[in-house]
Design a protein. Structure first.
Length: 213
């Protein structure tokens, strides 16, 4: 069933007969309704579906937050930050042969842009079960500035749950803490990156390792 919330000349959302409508970044799109096929799935298609499934298990833990819109800045174009993050994951980090498809954690990007990446970044666990990120201040290299904000991320694969913040810690601070106490007892993957203070640019993130809380 379709909805036309603003009358006959308004947006068309849903399915009616052979067409369907949807909203994307504030724009209404209408397309032919997709029909199910009874043809058997080819090995290539099965492998691609498995890659997308594995990818979505990771990215959906960030969905609805707008996080990737900040960490994958979009000066132009219609792709969302979430779509850019998903695309980067599919291109870079999906490994293995169907059906044993997995994510190569060191290849994952949780931020992307033209700024210099964190230098000498590492993650450790403090006595309270939080992840402590440390890095060297490389402000002055390229477009890197003291005021760049740290992006801190942890992901628990066994729980399919992510913890993430745009931290108050800056590139100049050299350290930031991510509250992960509720994940104690689990192994987590960690990354950090930077976004500019004005939110217009970001740095390619770096993998800071796997830690046990």
């Amino acid at each position: 069933m379709a909805r036309i919330p603003n009358g006959i000349l308004g947006e068309f959302v849903g399915t009616a007969g052979p067409v369907s409508g949807y909203m994307r970044m504030g724009t209404n799109f209408v397309r032919s309704r997709r029909l199910r096929s009874n043809r058997p799935m080819t090995p290539k298609r099965l492998a691609q579906q498995q890659k997308i499934k594995v990818c979505n298990e990771f990215t959906k833990s960030f969905s609805g937050s707008g996080f990737f819109n900040t960490t994958f800045p979009l000066p132009n174009g219609t792709a969302t930050g979430y779509n850019k993050a998903t695309s980067a994951l599919l291109k870079r980090a999906i490994t293995g042969t169907y059906p044993d498809t997995t994510i190569a954690w060191p290849m994952v990007l949780i931020s992307e842009g033209g700024m210099p990446s964190p230098a000498n970044a590492a993650a450790s666990v403090d006595s309270n079960g939080n992840v402590v990120f440390a890095w060297s201040n490389n402000a002055g290299t390229g477009t890197a500035k003291d005021t760049d904000k740290a992006v801190l991320v942890a992901y628990c694969n066994s729980l399919k749950q992510a913890v993430y913040i745009i931290s108050d810690s800056s590139r100049a601070d050299g350290m930031g803490v991510l509250n992960t106490q509720f994940l104690q007892g689990n192994t987590i993957e960690t990354w950090m990156g930077f976004v500019s203070a004005d939110g217009k640019d970001a740095a390619d993130s770096v993998y800071t390792g796997s830690v046990v809380l």
